[in-house]
Design a protein around this ligand. Sequence first.
Ligand code: SF4
Length: 219
Amino acid sequence: MSKRSAEYWIAEVIARLKRRYRREMRTSLNHSNAWELLVATMLSAQAQDAQVNKVTPGLFRRYPDIESYVHLRPVQLYPYISSIGLFRSKAKNIIGSARYISEHFCGTVPNDMDSMLMLPGVGRKTANVVLANYFGKNYGIAVDTHCITVSMRLFRYRTKNAEVIERRLMRFVPQKEWGNVNHLFIALGRDTCKARRKECGRCALIDLCPSSDLRMKKR
Ligand code: SF4
């Protein structure tokens, strides 16, 4: 594919996904400030957003700001988040992040990638979610399991490594769309491009996708 056709192709893919999933172009994690979004995103690793949204109201009511976490022991968070997978390590990382932010960033969640990556338990995916959804900054593309499945089919990537996929997507997708691509691929992955069974017949990309049932049949 020439550079020009590749640009046209990705623009069309994004346009169609936006038409279909416009209402899903935002994080479904409930939050009212950057710290709450950071905590919710850390809790959402290998957990459903809906599950996280069930526990965060109680957690945020009991511990309303960063400073209220600084002197906690992880065990004090357990009653609020024990229904979430890996809650022990997540509790440790949330408290560690609160301390780091309090000590090094004057109690304010940082808004750049390098600083975010200094926080315990915060990797590029979590950082990208907070930077794009709260600060409106496109430093990269948050790549979760849905994005991996969709990217492997749509771009024929033969790797499941999130960081490799992110780097490739960043070369291909215009930067202004980096934040949107995460939401659009998640929506597509939940709707038709499911890991276990793809439903190409209902997919907005059926005639554009190299892995669609339509294309496969023609081979
Ligand atoms: S056409 Fe099929 S394989 Fe391609 S993105 Fe849609 S559901 Fe996934």
